[in-house]
Design a protein around this ligand. Structure first.
Ligand code: KMH
Ligand code: ZN
Length: 275
């Protein structure tokens, strides 16, 4: 089996320090959290920006500061910027960090309810436009799919010539409004992919570690982090992103799966160039 690529989603846009004081906001907090995750085995950092008070940010200056601070501490880590941003951001706001030409970025592949009155909007034209922006800038895409219809959309857009290989998917399962994160959901998603595609799994909330284990066993990759889940175990808040990564690294060891370093991750995913 390939080595395991662990992604750490440091902070996202929705969780707060009121829910868990370890959620990083400031540039220093983000860099320290990235370093902890990287030292524990993460080779990809999934990056959202926050202002110091925790508000989601899309300012290119803030992303530039964050990337520089993370690079200082983790020179070879793969930085994956979000283009999902936060609910309510426009297409151009969400694309802002791609002007920094990061090595990797997410592409969200369908609309879904996001709890209460919230909707995470990704129209077909959004996906086509944002996908073409990433490809034209040679930024490696991670295709975020919250349910099976999103996978089908990607495969259709590939057939129609709007999106191109390499196809690397992220199944984000367990969002209220998307697909749940039971084992059968994961199997259905992974069995729907073409043979040469790669995938990582991000379980939201209580699904984080059960899905990580299924993916480790089946040869997929794993995303964990405070963006997705605030708890180390039921009723116990995680003290850091590093703690969540360490838990997955321990699981991988028990299953005999080695952990990929960033360059190994680049090669497994077929990333075009090492920056
Ligand atoms: N904050 C969510 C609405 C991504 O990073 O690409 C979207 C999100 C997806 O987190
Ligand atoms: Zn995200």
């Amino acid at each position: 089996m390939e080595k395991l690529i662990i992604t750490c989603a440091l902070t996202g846009a929705e969780v707060t320090k009121l829910q868990n004081p370890a959620v990083p906001y400031t540039v220093d907090e983000m860099a320290a959290s990235a370093y902890g995750a990287y030292s524990a085995g993460a080779s990809i950092i999934h990056l959202h920006a926050r202002e110091d008070d925790g508000r989601p940010a899309y300012r290119i200056e803030r992303f530039a500061e964050l990337i520089a601070a993370i690079r200082m501490k983790c020179p070879d880590v793969i930085i994956q910027v979000t283009t999902g941003g936060a609910l309510g951001m426009s297409r151009n706001e969400r694309l802002a960090p791609t002007d920094l030409l990061p090595e990797m970025a997410t592409l969200d592949c369908g609309t879904l309810n996001f709890g209460g009155d919230d909707i995470f909007i990704n129209t077909e034209n959004d996906i086509k436009h944002m996908g073409q922006v990433l490809e034209s800038k040679q930024i490696f895409k991670e295709l975020e799919c919250f349910e099976k219809g999103h996978v089908d959309t990607v495969l259709r857009l590939v057939r129609q010539g709007y999106l191109h290989a390499p196809l690397h998917f992220s199944f984000v399962l367990g969002v209220n409004g998307g697909m749940t994160g039971e084992e059968r959901d994961f199997i259905f998603m992974k069995d729907s992919l073409p043979k040469d595609a790669t995938y990582s799994v991000a379980g939201i909330g209580r699904y984080e570690f059960s899905l990580a284990e299924h993916s480790i066993i089946h040869g997929g990759h794993v995303r964990v982090g405070l963006e997705d889940n605030l708890y180390l175990e039921k009723g116990v808040l995680a003290k850091s992103n590093a703690e969540l990564v360490k838990k997955v690294a321990g699981m991988a060891e028990r299953h005999g799966r080695l952990i990929a370093n960033p360059d190994e991750a680049r090669s497994i995913l077929g990333m075009r160039k090492v920056k």
